[in-house]
Unconditional design. Structure first.
Lengths: 156, 156
DNA sequence: CTTGACCCTAAAGCAACTTCAGGGTGTTTA
DNA sequence: TAAACACCCTGAAGTTGCTTTAGGGTCAAG
């Protein structure tokens, strides 16, 4: 099948597929010598589904590469896989803990202003002007809220 | 004060400060004509603290720009601010909901393999091979878990 | 007068894609 | 049969919030 059909079957854009090939996640497809179009088979389809399933679970490309490797080495121990998943679960839980603190702080901040006043008297701005206190320090900024700004990356 | 001192007082790197200036978050500092070094005053300090506080709350630069604008227009209504914070809270909550689903799925996935088997028999790989089911579809991949790979962005 | 701490700029890197620019291919339809 | 339109190709730049690197001045102390 051609790239467009593969994309439709898996629910990604053709650009994503080409990108995955570049990244080494997906094996380079054979080309139709007549027009240089990529041709995909069942193996590609299954591998791409695997990759997308992993991405849905928020794994990075590196993590996925480990799993892909394991996938084609049926005699290896699956310990590595278990550890990878366990670690990944911890990342997610850590992120949630951070977001919980963040939520608390934001709600408290929001509580500083109920009425529609002028910004001069707005408790929110007032509080934002304060240097960071202990509570806030618990938050590691480095891991920003992904999707906090909600870019809509939808394939049109 | 010079950039290094400002950086120390606020707890960011000098690179971050220069970056903020470039981004238009921080006003360009006046320069010492003798050596072209930036010179900062109290206003810069306060503005930078404000910015960092917002970043700690996971706001984007665009959101912060709105707040900075409001900050210097004391006669405007603070409705905009309230709306911005409310929306931001929703983003955070939405992200947490996504992560909760993610966690459930990962834990279920992990449950597929307890013993250290060969990958051939590993329930985890088996399950990852399945096309996405309804549960999974609830997850919007576009907002990946920030910090899932935990890059340590610490100023050395 | 050299060492080390601090300042400067411009550009590239990170993650996972998307978007854009510029240009072929292939089928259909007027 | 030629224009129109859908689909394919490549390579490079854009996204977010910084960090890192490269290459080079400034300044105070010893």
């Amino acid at each position: 099948m051609k790239i467009g059909e593969l994309a439709k079957q898996v629910g990604v854009t053709v650009e994503t597929i080409r990108y995955y090939e570049n990244e080494g996640l997906l094996h380079a497809a054979l080309r139709n010598p007549a027009n240089n179009y990529r041709r995909y088979d069942q193996g590609h389809l299954e591998r791409l589904i695997f990759i997308r399933r992993c991405r849905t679970l928020a794994m990075t490309h590196n993590e996925i590469k480990v799993l892909l490797q394991a996938r084609i080495q049926p005699d290896d121990s699956c310990e590595t896989i278990n550890e990878l998943i366990d670690e990944h679960i911890h990342h997610v839980q850590a992120r949630m803990a951070e977001l919980t603190i963040l939520e608390t702080q934001l709600i408290e901040l929001r509580g500083q202003c109920h009425a529609a006043l002028t910004t001069r008297d707005c408790g929110i701005l007032r509080e934002l002007d304060q240097p960071t206190d202990e509570l806030t320090e618990a938050l590691v900024v480095q891991s920003h809220v992904a999707g906090s700004q909600c870019k809509t990356h939808q394939p049109k």
